[in-house]
Write a protein that binds this ligand. Structure first.
Ligand SMILES: *Cc1c(COP(=O)(O)O)cnc(C)c1O
Length: 401
C-alpha cells in the first residue's frame, strides 16, 4: 500500500518547482508563483481520475471527514452511524463537530452490516459513514437505498481503498461525498494530506470555504474576501500537494503492482481449505491494498499471527487486539476521556458502549488476519512470502486438529 515505497524523480521534480518559486501556500501570490498551483492541479487530476465534478484537497484524511460532515450541515447532537472496526479518525471527525458517533456491527465484508445500520437509525440520525477498510468496500448499494429511504447523507471513507470500484464507479464517488487520506502510509501519499470528492456543488463550495477559515475565495485580495460562515484552517501546503500530484498520476501503476502481489499470496493461501477470505460485495472490485482472511477459531488465528511475526512475515495485522482500529481497545472513547469538557450533546447522547453487544463483529474480527500488500516487493520475495505463510498456517492447523 504505501506509495512512499516507490518515491522517484517525479515527486522530486514537483517539489522542486514549488521550492524554486518560493510560494508554499496554495492561495494567492499569483504574480510570483511562476504558474505553479500544485493543490489546484492535484484537485483537477483527482476529480478526473475519480470521475466526479469536484475535489477539495486538505491537510489530512481526518480533516477531510470533518469538513465533509460540516459541509453537509452536520452539527451538535446529530447522529452519524459508523462501523466499530475502522480507524479512530471516524469518531474523531464526528466528535469534532459536537455530533454523536453511533457504532454498529460489521459483517464478513469487514465493513458496515446494512441490517445493523437499519436497526440503529433514530430521529436524530443524519448520516451513514461506511469505511472501506483494508482495500475493500461496504455494500454501498444496500446503504444507498437505506439513505434514500430515510433522507440521510452517505459519506464514504475510502482512505484505505483508493482505486477500488463499486458498480464500475471509483470508491468515494458512489455516495454523496467520499474522503481520501494521503498520509504517509497510504497508497497515494503527500506526507500528510487528504481530500473530499463530490458531485454536489453546494457541499463542494462549503468544503472550499470551511477548510480555509470561511474565505469565500471571491476576487484577488485575500484580505478583502468575505466570510459567509464560520470555518477553520485545514489547508494543505503546496509542498505536500506537489508530492501528491506526482503520486496520483502513478495511482494506476501502483494498483497494478498491488493486484499482482495480492494474487500471488491469495492463490497460494487458497490451497488451504480451512482459510476463507473476506467477502467483497457483489459489484465491487477491491484496491488490493490488503489480503484479509479468516481462520477457523480465534485461538488459532492469534497463534498464526504470532508465529508469522516471529518468522519475519511483517505487515500482518490481528485487529482484534489492536489499539487503534477496533472498538475493544478504544478506552479513551469508551470512557469519554477528554482534556476539557465534551459538548453537552455528546456527553448526554453517547451510548454506553461498554455495555453494547458487538458479538457479531467479535466473531469476524477475532478470526481475521489482514496482510498489507507492499509495492516494493520483488516477485520472488512475494512468492517466498506466500510459501512461508502457507507452511506456517498449514503446520499450526495440523497441530491444532
Ligand atoms: C488513514 C485513515 C484516516 C485518516 O487519515 P489521516 O490522513 O491520517 O488523518 C481515516 N480513515 C481511515 C480508514 C484511515 O485509514
Amino acid at each position: 500500500m504505501p506509495g512512499f515505497e516507490l518515491f522517484s524523480d517525479k515527486e522530486r521534480q514537483e517539489v522542486n518547482e514549488v521550492l524554486d518559486s518560493g510560494v508554499l501556500m496554495r492561495y494567492g501570490f499569483d504574480g510570483i508563483r511562476n504558474g505553479h498551483w500544485k493543490a489546484l492541479a492535484l484537485e483537477k487530476t483527482l476529480a478526473e481520475r475519480m470521475e466526479v465534478r469536484y475535489a477539495q484537497v486538505v491537510s489530512s484524511g481526518t480533516a477531510a471527514l470533518t469538513i465533509a460532515l460540516a459541509s453537509a450541515g452536520i452539527g451538535a447532537g446529530d447522529e452519524v452511524i459508523m462501523p466499530n472496526f475502522t480507524f479512530v479518525a471516524s469518531f474523531e471527525s464526528i466528535l469534532a463537530l459536537g455530533a454523536v458517533p453511533i457504532l454498529v456491527d460489521i459483517d464478513d465484508t469487514l465493513t458496515l452490516d446494512p441490517q445493523a445500520v437499519q436497526k440503529a437509525i433514530t430521529k436524530r440520525t443524519k448520516a451513514i459513514m461506511p469505511v472501506h477498510m483494508c482495500g475493500s468496500m461496504a455494500d454501498l448499494k444496500a446503504l444507498k437505498s437505506i439513505c434514500q429511504n430515510h433522507g440521510l447523507l452517505l459519506l464514504e471513507d475510502a482512505c484505505q481503498a483508493i482505486g477500488g470500484t463499486f458498480e464500475g464507479k471509483p470508491l468515494g464517488s458512489y455516495g454523496d461525498m467520499g474522503c481520501f487520506s494521503f498520509d504517509y502510509v497510504k497508497t497515494v501519499t503527500c506526507g500528510e494530506g487528504g481530500a473530499i470528492i463530490t458531485n454536489n456543488e453546494e457541499y463542494y463550495t462549503n468544503a472550499d470555504h470551511y477548510s480555509d477559515h470561511g474565505h469565500d475565495h471571491v476576487g484577488k485580495d485575500r484580505g478583502a474576501e468575505g466570510h459567509p460562515f464560520l470555518g477553520y484552517n485545514f489547508r494543505i501546503s503546496e509542498l505536500h500537494a506537489a508530492v501528491g500530484l506526482a503520486q496520483i498520476r502513478r495511482l494506476d501503476d501502483f494498483l497494478a503492482i498491488q493486484k499482482k502481489n495480492y494474487l500471488i499470496l491469495r492463490e497460494t493461501l487458497e490451497n488451504i481449505p480451512e482459510i476463507t477470505f473476506r467477502r467483497v460485495p457483489q459489484g465491487g472490485e477491491e484496491s488490493y491494498a490488503f489480503l484479509s482472511f479468516f481462520l477457523p477459531s480465534a485461538k488459532i488465528t492469534k497463534e498464526v499471527h504470532a508465529v508469522l511475526g516471529e518468522n519475519g512475515i511483517d505487515g500482518c495485522f490481528y485487529w482484534f487486539d489492536n489499539n487503534w482500529h477496533y472498538y475493544r481497545k478504544w478506552e479513551h472513547f469508551l470512557h469519554k476521556t477528554s482534556l476539557g469538557k465534551l459538548p453537552k450533546e455528546v456527553f448526554e447522547q453517547l451510548p454506553n458502549y461498554s455495555k453494547s453487544d458487538f458479538s457479531q463483529s467479535d466473531g469476524w474480527i477475532s478470526r481475521n488476519i489482514s496482510c498489507l500488500i507492499k509495492l516494493g516487493w520483488s516477485e520472488s520475495e512475494v512468492r517466498h512470502r506466500a510459501l512461508k505463510m502457507a507452511e506456517i498456517i498449514g503446520d499450526l492447523l495440523k497441530r491444532n486438529q
